[in-house]
Ligand binder design. Sequence first.
Ligand code: 2AM
Ligand code: CA
Ligand code: CA
Ligand code: CA
Length: 268
Amino acid sequence: MDAEQKQTLFNQAKEWTIEAGERIKKRVQQPFEVNTKRDRKDLVTEVDEDTEKFFAERIRRSYPEHQVLGEEGFGDEVTSLDGIVWIIDPIDGTMNFVHQKRNFAISVAIYEDGEGIIGLIYNVMTGDLYSAKNGEGAYKNNYLLPKLNQTRKLEDSLIGVNQFWAVPNRRLDESGVHQLIRKVRGTRSYGSAALEFAFVSEGIMDAYLTMRLSPWDIAAGVIIVNEVGGLATRVDGNPLDMLHENTVITCNPSIHKEIIENYIHLKE
Ligand code: 2AM
Ligand code: CA
Ligand code: CA
Ligand code: CA
């Protein structure tokens, strides 16, 4: 698409994202229905579903030729990234939405023929919008995010981890991860993959790694982190696949090779 189309689409995506955020904010303190999906810890609420419907309806009305890939199933059966595909997580961090009433985000990405064009991560309760158009830098609200400091050392790093690293993992030798945790300065766990990507992009965290995420968890984050010179790959260093689940590491490029070569030991 040309620059003008890209700007128009960006403005539209941003307007819908902020409007969806306003709707979520109105409902966060009201009672809402909570259900489980894959297991008792995998939550979904009616607000997740309504928010995805909000996007799907508007995209279909305005851009009937675009495809929508969303977590809650109100989009299309997307089997190819040809053309323009919106990849949407209506609420990333549903457990935070339910329990904390904060620390969740809307994640919206637009891909064209498999290439990430536009990424938006909206931290709904703080009102911070992280955004990027590929090749044009990444922003936190109206502030252009600086390129990541590429001299960061692993021992000075803050890394995002989650509870899976504390217990045995069938796909990964956890002793490597335990050594990594000992090596770094500190760990954080925010409970929203999209926000963890945003924080790596902002340079307030140096890496985030996890063993299973879906395209909608990472689609916007990848675009934003790339714009500040960050990396996002599978934990074996291979490229991410926006149609399937992935293991994921996103980080400052200065620590990527060291983490995956010295600390990530996949069992296989
Ligand atoms: P979600 O809130 O949109 O489901 C929580 O650690 C992070 O992992 C969130 O970004 C969450 O997204 C994501 N996640 C991906 N798959 C998940 C699953 N099966 N159960 C819970 N969280 C999952
Ligand atoms: Ca979910
Ligand atoms: Ca998610
Ligand atoms: Ca979600």
